[in-house]
Design a protein around this ligand. Structure first.
Ligand code: F6P
Length: 370
């Protein structure tokens, strides 16, 4: 017997491939437990406007393989204000909704925690988070929904770019999404066999960034004809704009090797942009969305609240911050507040995980330039 009778779910912030898998699994799991399920369209904005739709096995059929989110998503800045959250709570109360599943990134999960703040309401809704963001910038979870698909998209694009780069002995700087987090740039650089990854966690100055690119290009160009191409993956969070970077690199290369034909050292740039966020979810993202939603929904239906389902946390968790899910040994239920604190540390480079990530890449770079 479930502890709640009705739950609602929404997707919020940037869409991520695999969100639909989470919507589907949450609907099926809750329905099986005898809990009525409502989808809220357009995230918190739809919650404020009362855009609720009933969800059952039939209307989530076949959505698993679709990118984006069938519910739509939105960014809602007003949600930072208490009167806005009061309106949201009233919408839920009016419909007898006792539990809310929020599928989204750290901004959306911050909103969820505020909505369930007992200081703001004597009877707050129960809240459960499911991490979904291609950026992988959410603390206490090894992966968020959408990261794997985005990484595959980047690697596929780099493989294609590498053909031209190899044919013409060119240097390409490929900019990828990730907001303030360099995870996608770092991991796809390894998977694509790139020569250099530029990410904000390294805290390099403009001069150091240009210097690292020039060193890489000169080292790679000393190799045989078939391996003279250079692929550099730049996270969008690196503050030097890509066109400025191209100009600085070209000038520095000309200055370092004045005897070389200028045309042969011209750098090309490609910004992958929203291409990285779209497309059908990979098998892994379908699985991840389904498994995290299974864990989160079961916990919510059992009356649990203020937590997020996490995938193999990359740090040791004390009992009061996270426990392994009783239904899936790869998933954990972590405290929502603690997760947001860790997210801040991750993004500011203070967490041991952020320092480890940046350090690993220093080592890789040294090895590449040997
Ligand atoms: O958070 C996901 C993300 O795609 C980031 O990588 C990117 O910086 C941002 O969203 C882009 O947001 P928007 O689609 O609102 O321009």
């Amino acid at each position: 017997m479930a502890a709640i009778k009705r739950l609602a779910l929404l997707t919020s912030g940037g869409d991520a491939p695999g969100m639909n898998a989470a919507i589907r699994a949450a609907t099926l799991v809750a329905r099986a437990a005898g809990v009525e399920v409502f989808g809220i369209e357009r995230g918190y904005r739809g919650l404020l406007d009362g855009e609720f739709v009933s969800l059952d096995a039939q209307n989530v059929q076949g959505i698993l393989r679709e990118g984006g989110t069938i519910l739509g998503s939105a960014r809602c800045k007003e949600f930072h204000e208490k009167p806005t959250r009061d309106r949201a709570r009233a919408q839920l109360r009016e419909r007898g909704i006792e539990g809310l599943l929020v599928i989204g990134g750290n901004g959306s999960l911050t909103g969820a925690l505020a909505l369930a703040d007992p200081n703001e309401s004597s009877d707050p809704v129960k809240i459960m988070g499911i991490p979904a963001s291609i950026d992988n910038d959410i603390g206490l979870t090894g992966l968020a929904i959408g990261v794997d698909t985005a990484m595959n998209t980047i690697v596929e694009a780099c493989d294609k770019i590498a053909d031209t780069a190899t044919a013409h002995d060119r240097t390409f700087i490929v900019e990828v999404m990730g907001r303030d987090c360099g995870y996608l740039a770092m991991t796809s650089a390894i998977a694509a066999g790139a020569d250099l990854a530029l990410f904000p966690e390294a805290h390099r100055s403009e001069e150091e960034i240009v210097g690292s690119i020039v060193d890489t290009v000169i080292a790679v160009r000393a190799r045989g004809r078939k391996s003279r191409r250079v692929i550099i993956i730049k996270a969008e969070g690196v503050s030097v704009p890509i066109d400025r970077l191209k100009g600085l690199v070209d000038d520095a290369l000309r200055a370092r090797s004045p005897e070389t034909d200028p045309a042969s050292i011209e750098t090309r740039v490609t910004v992958l942009g929203h291409v990285v966020r779209g497309g059908r979810p990979s098998a892994f993202d379908r699985l991840l969305g389904s498994r995290l939603a299974n864990v989160a929904t079961r916990a919510l239906c059992a009356g649990d609240s203020h937590k997020m389902a996490a995938w193999m946390p990359p740090v040791d968790l004390p009992e009061e911050i996270g426990q392994r899910s009783p239904v899936d040994p790869y998933c954990w239920l972590v405290d929502l507040g603690a997760m947001l604190v860790e997210t801040e540390h991750l993004l500011s480079g203070k967490s041991p995980l952020a320092r480890w990530r940046a350090g690993v890449f220093d080592d890789i770079e040294d090895a590449l330039l040997l």
